[in-house]
Design a protein around this ligand. Structure first.
Ligand SMILES: Nc1ncnc2c1ncn2[C@@H]1O[C@H](COP(=O)(O)OP(=O)(O)OP(=O)(O)O)[C@@H](O)[C@H]1O
Length: 792
């Protein structure tokens, strides 16, 4: 039996008294539209968005982009190839585009080391320490939740009020006192709790944990089973992301074409060596309630007998905003100005919950629904921490990087750096830079050398590349005080694990680590010790008993054979477009090459389509991503490079074609709509043999929708479009499709059946004979000599 050491866990109180500021509820307009048959059948309640703040000016962007042919990724272009520098391995056109990107990235920095004003957080911190009431105040409710009545947050805000009245000058000595205490607090932490810890020390720690926690865990397990949580997860281990040794998708953005190529080849081997993870269910029950105000902020209300009822279930929407304004808390005036300029007034629930804990120096694992402001939640305190560090001497040859943010995709890294830039507007001495794959390493090296970079946002592969190839980079990383893993569950999954372990080994042991995601499967609790200290806090803002998805996002699934799916996709899109003139749709496909195929087909059918996936150059991806962000009336066909974190405002529909790789990916893809408390729609289109996937998401409110009828004209139109798509695209899509489903535990198990299904897919593309596949590829996939395959 594997017994996991239990960290401090926290959950926002669903039932403590609601006091304080009047809630700021967004205005809400409900608009029924009965004119469109299919979508209204699918989404009978056509709620329009809650109006919070307009994101864009409503202009229909008609600029067409040049879609350059996708660049084949060669071994030589791999960013994992340490000896070959980026400037050698990119094409001329790409270099030009990269210069554009580099200009943009260059704009992210600030230019001088001047000016430094801080708040007096060290006193505030001491106040919080003194006032903190610990386990004496805890009690349990009916679902095994430990309560902390004394609100840490109340103290924090009380102190903040004093702070904001205080004098922000004379801060240098306070700053250094703060940093000293900050450092020593970190030193006090259990020293073996870091990424360099080996298995042996982890085992011994686990056994210590057993002694301390065993009795509790046994009783928790009982309670957990009683309330139906014993199943651990709605889906099998296969579906839980972390259980997979590797995902066999081209588009998982590891910043390494080498690795991508490897995954294309290795689906089967990886599947065979998949870990069978044993999940310790007990940990989840060790909740500690953080503070009272969250109950209000989370949209919770108490009835007379103290039972908590979510407002959403009372017919109202849940709010992602808390009751607390940024100007009520202790952050530096410079950050406050940046926040104001960014248009943020109230903190979101996750920001309110995590900020005081992070500023106290604790490691944090935070879970909050998609689109609820997690980026600011980790950036703002990180900036505060940097702003309080003593200024670095201009003569220092390799100025330290203080905050390192890791994101799983390039788009997400660019977005996080852009958010940081907004918050840093009035911090002229703090620079942020981004290092991501697909751009010139040499250019990044030059920027790192020449411009301030206290905050670095990176994708894992490129960061490793810098560690191996950029002179002095390792020294700069030794200055890291805060390490952030955004989309932590993804980064800790097998596809990224080696890179992350290498990165953790390269930053100081005595640092603060922040893990954020909208999904925290049980396996993350099991393995987060590689990054987090043992006494880290788990802050969960998803209230007990509610789904990980937003209640205002209507979710349906449809089941249709492959030969109907192109037509169905077209009809569903047409219906949506007719229904909503401001449509903005994301169509998720299983692999990069299938994404290209679907985009080509829809384009041939005169829909306004863009595509984004790992086979496109980074400059193209950045351009398309920016265009989609600003546009209405556009469909973005995408692989999973857009699944996580990307903040496209006002997406009206997320359509997933084919089953996602796991439950988490479904939630993150769906989370591109319904952001910031708005309404959205999600359709999952499955083939009959993919229906098993639904068992992984059975706790989510996904209803089955009837299929819209397909007229012969549509079928003809689709047939014509398919015949216009290049043969090469179909061949690549077929091979990628085969690889994707081969890596699926259920479908890939029966190779004969797999090939039959692949050939059904081939026929759905209008091909009489399946495309031939190179022998080597087939043998890597474990598919040699399977009848129905054509070899070349
Ligand atoms: N306090 C705030 N008030 C209003 N808007 C905010 C606030 N904080 C962040 N936002 C905005 O909310 C949107 C969503 O934020 P963000 O992308 O950080 O969400 P997220 O929780 O990280 O989502 P995901 O799980 O998809 O990564 C962004 O447009 C961001 O600018």
């Amino acid at each position: 039996m594997v017994i996991k050491f239990i960290p401090h866990l926290r959950v926002l109180s669903p039932s403590l008294p609601v006091t304080g500021f009047p809630s700021m509820k967004p205005g809400r307009t409900i608009c029924f539209n009965g004119s469109i048959p299919v979508l209204n059948r699918v989404f009978p309640f056509k709620l329009k968005f809650l109006g919070l703040s307009p994101y864009f000016n409503g202009k229909l962007i008609t600029r067409s982009l040049s879609t350059r042919p996708s660049r084949p990724r060669s071994r030589a272009s791999s960013e994992f190839t340490p000896k070959i520098r980026g400037d050698v391995r990119v094409s001329k056109s790409l270099i030009e585009d990269e210069a554009e990107l580099s200009d943009w990235v260059g704009e992210l920095r600030t230019d001088s080391f001047r000016g430094r004003l801080t708040s007096e957080d060290e006193e505030l911190d001491a106040d919080r320490q003194r006032n903190r009431v610990r386990s004496s105040d805890r009690k349990r409710n009916g679902v095994s939740v430990k309560w902390r009545r004394e609100s840490e947050f109340d103290n924090f805000r009380e102190s903040s009020k004093r702070e904001t009245r205080g004098n922000f000058g004379d801060s240098i000595s306070r700053k250094s006192r703060f940093s000293k205490r900050f450092d020593s607090e970190l030193e006090d932490e259990d020293s073996d709790d870091d990424g360099e810890e080996d298995d042996e020390s982890y085992s011994s720690r686990k056994s210590r944990g057993v002694k301390r926690e065993k009795t509790k865990m046994d009783s928790r397990r009982g309670k957990r089973n009683e309330r139906g949580l014993g199943s651990r997860n709605a889906g099998s281990g296969r579906r839980m992301g972390l259980g997979r040794k590797s995902n066999f998708h081209e588009e998982e953005d590891t910043d390494a074409s080498e690795e991508e190529k490897g995954r294309e080849m290795k689906g089967l081997e990886n599947f065979l060596s998949e870990e069978d993870s044993d999940i310790n269910a007990a940990a989840e029950d060790d909740y500690i309630i953080l503070r009272k105000k969250a109950s209000s902020a989370l949209g919770l209300e108490k009835d007379a007998d103290q039972t908590v009822t979510p407002r959403s279930s009372q017919g109202k929407s849940e709010s992602y905003l808390s009751e607390t304004r940024f100007d009520q808390i202790s952050i530096s005036p410079l950050s406050l100005k940046g926040i104001k300029d960014a248009g943020y007034e109230k903190m979101t629930v996750v920001q309110e919950a995590t900020l005081p804990v992070i500023l106290k120096g604790k490691d944090v694992l935070a879970k909050a629904k998609t689109g609820t402001g997690k980026t600011v939640a980790f950036l703002l305190p990180s900036i505060e921490i940097v702003s309080k560090l003593p200024p670095v001497d201009r003569d220092v040859k390799r100025p330290p990087i203080h905050v390192l943010v890791i994101c799983p995709t390039r788009e997400l890294a660019i977005q996080a750096a852009s958010e940081a830039k907004k918050l840093l507007k009035y911090h002229p001495s703090i620079g942020v830079q981004v290092v991501i794959g697909g751009t010139r390493l040499a250019l990044e090296q030059k920027n790192l050398q020449a411009k301030p970079c206290q905050i670095l946002v990176a994708t894992p592969g490129r960061l490793r590349d810098h560690l191996e190839n950029t002179a002095g980079f390792a020294t700069k990383l030794m200055g890291v005080k805060v390490l952030v893993l955004d989309e932590a569950d993804r980064l800790l999954a097998m596809g990224f694990r080696k890179d992350i372990e290498r990165i953790i080994a390269a930053v100081p042991k005595h640092r603060q680590t922040l893990l954020f995601s909208a999904t925290v499967p049980d396996e993350v609790h099991q393995i987060c010790h590689i990054a987090l200290k043992r006494d880290h806090e788990f802050i969960n803002t998803v209230q007990e008993g509610t789904e990980d998805t937003h209640s205002l996002v209507r979710q349906v699934h449809m089941v249709a054979p492959l030969d109907k799916q192109f037509s169905l996709l077209y009809v569903l899109l047409k219906e949506h477009i007719a229904d909503d003139v401001d449509y903005k749709v994301l169509v998720f496909c299983t692999t990069a090459m299938v994404t290209k195929l679907v985009a080509d087909v829809l384009r041939e059918m005169n829909l306004n389509v863009r595509e984004i996936h790992s086979r496109k150059s980074q400059s193209y991806r950045t351009r398309v991503s920016d265009e989609f962000r600003k546009s209405k009336g556009l469909i973005l066909v995408t692989s999973d490079v857009s699944a996580r974190g990307v903040d496209y405002p006002d997406v009206t529909l997320v359509l997933q074609v084919g089953m996602p790789s796991d439950r988490e990916q479904y939630i993150h893809r769906l989370g591109r709509t319904g952001r910031k408390g708005k309404e959205g729609q999600g359709i999952l289109l499955l083939a009959p043999w993919e229906e098993n996937f639904l068992s992984c998401v059975k706790d989510l409110p996904i209803t089955k929708a009837p299929l819209p009828s397909l007229d012969p004209e549509t079928k003809k139109k689709v047939g014509r479009a398919l015949s216009n798509v290049e043969m090469k695209t179909k061949e690549s899509a077929y091979q990628a499709w085969l690889g994707y489903y081969n890596s699926d535990k259920n479908i890939g198990r029966d190779k004969y059946r797999l090939v039959e299904l692949a050939n059904e897919f081939s026929r759905s593309m209008g091909l009489d004979n399946p495309p031939a596949i190179p022998k080597l590829v087939l043998s890597k996939m474990g598919l040699r000599n399977i009848p129905g395959l054509r070899v070349r």
